[in-house]
Design a protein around this ligand. Sequence first.
Ligand SMILES: NC(=O)c1ccc[n+]([C@@H]2O[C@H](COP(=O)([O-])OP(=O)(O)OC[C@H]3O[C@@H](n4cnc5c(N)ncnc54)[C@H](OP(=O)(O)O)[C@@H]3O)[C@@H](O)[C@H]2O)c1
Length: 280
Amino acid sequence: MTLADHFTPNRPVVLAGAGKMGGALLSGWLAGGMPPKAVRVVDPSPPPDSAAFMARAGMEHGSTLPKLKASVLVVAVKPQMMGTVLPALAGIVDERTIVISIAAGTTIAQLRDGTGARRIVRTMPNTPAQIGKGVTVAVASDPADLDAREVTDALLQAAGTVEWVNDEKLIDAVTAVSGSGPAYVFLLAETLAEAGVAVGLEPTMSRRLADATVAGAGALLAHSREDPAVLRKNVTSPGGTTAAALAVLMADDGLPQLMRRAVQEAKRRAEELARPAADS
Ligand SMILES: NC(=O)c1ccc[n+]([C@@H]2O[C@H](COP(=O)([O-])OP(=O)(O)OC[C@H]3O[C@@H](n4cnc5c(N)ncnc54)[C@H](OP(=O)(O)O)[C@@H]3O)[C@@H](O)[C@H]2O)c1
């Protein structure tokens, strides 16, 4: 399915929120051949870069809702805005509308209660989506709704790859791994640079080396068909320098243990954040 086949000016996708994430999706859709008039943007004050590329594409935005029912509504506002935004969007939702949310912590039940929609897809993207290199995990209110799944794949692939789960509870684990995961990798780059300074490198040089190493290793992992453990072993000569460092990193209190604790803590926090709102 191409975006241009599915969405037309009379059967548009409505995007609520054209900020960092919504704006990245929108630019991916336009780059993927979506006609600008097949998207209606509801955002009273998008950031300047989103506003600029919408202006270049001849697109309008504002707080006025289109005077039609949306075939697909993508909700990309901050989770704390959901309580007011969802009821305001209910007027453009009917029983055929597919509501796709990218908001952290907003449940399928909340999206249903807020908009009245029957067909809902809750997703969890991550920040590399801003350059089309994200991974998004999706869960549908009805796993048998293959049309909702196809439309979600087509729209979210503008931000990178899309994976599916059938159990909404897994979204908290997904949040702890891929949702929060980019920050763990950025921390690795920060701490590698700091460690380089501690062994005598000049700070800006150490930063360049660490950033390039993390980015390059990530690109090699993405490009290679090998498991990361194989790539690691490939650069570890017995008795060599890498082996000396890995003996520290992989000790009993090392990175594997720390990562497990960090991911468990992120999952616990995701559950905690979803709970009060889900109970309300
Ligand atoms: N950024 C990420 O990498 C990331 C990763 C995973 C999930 N997410 C999810 O993506 C969602 C959007 O995050 P973001 O970082 O893109 O946020 P953002 O940059 O703040 O974008 C949200 C946009 O929605 C606008 N908005 C506010 N009220 C609105 C309303 N009533 N109707 C329509 N638009 C409205 C905001 O305008 P104002 O600025 O004027 O309020 C802003 O332009 C969040 O729910 C977040 O959980 C983001």
